[in-house]
Design a binder for this molecule. Structure first.
Ligand SMILES: [Zn+2]
Ligand SMILES: [Zn+2]
Length: 261
């Protein structure tokens, strides 16, 4: 199982997850042109994608979805609320996530997880690959994708408890946000329980999990105005002190393939 990003942050998100020939896209908040170019950098084409899963209707997650669905006929999964709010319910390719049940695509199982965020019916995803071993046994590998939530619930801790890799939002440093130039209302939105995770919140969430098991921690959805890579990494330091297993997703270039062993 491996995963890569074509961009992460408030200007656009797109993640590719692959296992044994099955590839899914998580969010398409970039243009079709940028999606195509990003896939080319990973030696892939649009036709190599087998399904797309959309977390919510904010533009940085859904911008390219309609163009993608028109260009390439693949199932696009989202909640009913996301489909209605975004107008994607008109698209024949849209498949609704039914009552937050897991969806299987090839050897991947995608579990939607409800999160507190100021969208109509947002979710995030835990993606499990069943990998066959040479002795015919099989084992599961789990990637947790968790951005765009203002707070975390016991349900979120439960759902992400057993991941082999995580893409985790560290949106802002509270001090930078409070001292920064955002209008008052926007500051309150980002800081609120339905906004985005701060570095400190992400660190506290992470402290619930088994660090030995986490092969890759990707710090994601970093605010360009209200955070720095150094502050985000620093916040993680005491709960995840493994420099070789942590990296920051770039807004424009995301990150290259990361293999989960
Ligand atoms: Zn977002
Ligand atoms: Zn959002």
């Amino acid at each position: 199982m491996r995963f890569a990003s074509l961009g992460s942050g408030s200007r656009g998100n797109a993640l590719i997850v692959e296992s044994e020939g099955t590839r899914i896209l998580v969010d398409c908040g970039i243009t079709l042109r940028n999606l195509t170019a990003g896939l080319e950098r990973l030696d892939l084409a649009l036709s190599d994608l087998h399904a797309a899963f959309i977390t919510h209707e904010h533009g940085d997650h859904i911008k390219g979805v309609k163009a993608l669905a028109r260009k390439h006929s693949l199932p696009v999964y989202m909640t009913h609320g996301t489909a209605v709010k975004s107008g994607c319910d008109e698209l024949p390719q849209v498949a609704l996530l039914d009552n937050f049940s897991a969806v299987s695509v090839g050897g991947l199982s995608v579990q939607p997880v409800a999160v507190p965020h100021d969208a109509r019916e947002p979710c995030q995803f835990v993606i499990t690959a069943t990998v066959k071993e040479s002795d015919d046994s099989s084992r599961e590998k789990r990637l947790g994708v968790l951005t765009d939530l203002g707070s975390y619930t016991p349900h979120v801790i439960d759902a992400y408890n057993d991941c082999d890799a995580m893409v985790l939002e560290c949106n802002h440093d509270v001090g930078m946000l409070e001292a920064g130039s955002y209008p008052y209302g926007l500051k309150q939105r980002v800081l609120g329980d339905w906004g985005h995770l701060s570095n400190h919140q992400a660190r506290n969430l992470l402290s619930n999990f088994d660090h030995e098991k986490i092969q890759w921690l990707v710090v994601a959805h970093i605010s360009q105005q209200n955070n720095t890579e150094a502050l985000a990494l620093d916040a993680m330091q005491d709960v995840f002190p493994y420099h070789e297993r942590i990296l920051v997703a770039d807004q424009d270039s995301g990150f290259d393939w990361l293999q989960i062993h």
